[in-house]
Unconditional design. Sequence first.
Length: 228
Amino acid sequence: MTMIADKLHKVHERIETAATQFGRSANSVTLLAVSKTYGPDAVREAYAAGQQAFGENYIQEGVEKITALRDLPLQWHCIGPIQSNKTRLVAEHFDWVHTIDRLKTAERLSAQRPATMAPLQVCIQVNVDGGPTKSGVVPSEAMALARAITALPNLRLRGIMCIPEPAPDFVSALALHERARLVFEELRGEGLTLDTLSIGMSADLEAAIAAGSTMVRVGTAIFGSRGG
Ligand SMILES: *Cc1c(COP(=O)(O)O)cnc(C)c1O
């Protein structure tokens, strides 16, 4: 096995162990491999080991990789902040966006999505731990934004995404992820058909799965430390 294949395998084992421990089926949790800062070769290696969904934070870097890897049937997720002047690049290249936190961004993405492509699959980023400078809507604003997004023709709202502050232990990580789960349930309780709760990274995927994550975004545990 290559090193990436080996690490990928270990991450799948962690997901399976956590799913079993918390009474869920392992296939209810999708693994998104976060390839930011790693080159196309690393993505090819992960693909050869069975991984198809990849996440990128930096739009320009993501678009370069997407273009270089056109020959592979990959699914690309934008998981970084999107400035207004970058919405067209995102709309024309990515399959998913996890970081919608303003209606303006959603409107631009819908307007700029090429008619030849499937609707852009989107999640609202929710700020569950309240830092005022952080990205994401506060939980009380999520419902209004969700309703507005469902009216846009070229977007399909799938759920919510959160990036809580790193927590020192399982119990505190779980408490933060549970807040995300509550927002998710609240939206679903209002009749929105959502299937994606995008929470959990390399350090806290077990706590996220305990809280109901359906998509964990894992970088360093697959590709190694980004350094710096
Ligand atoms: C970098 C990043 C990840 C992956 O983090 P790791 O700790 O490397 O697993 C997940 N989500 C977002 C939004 C990121 O920026």
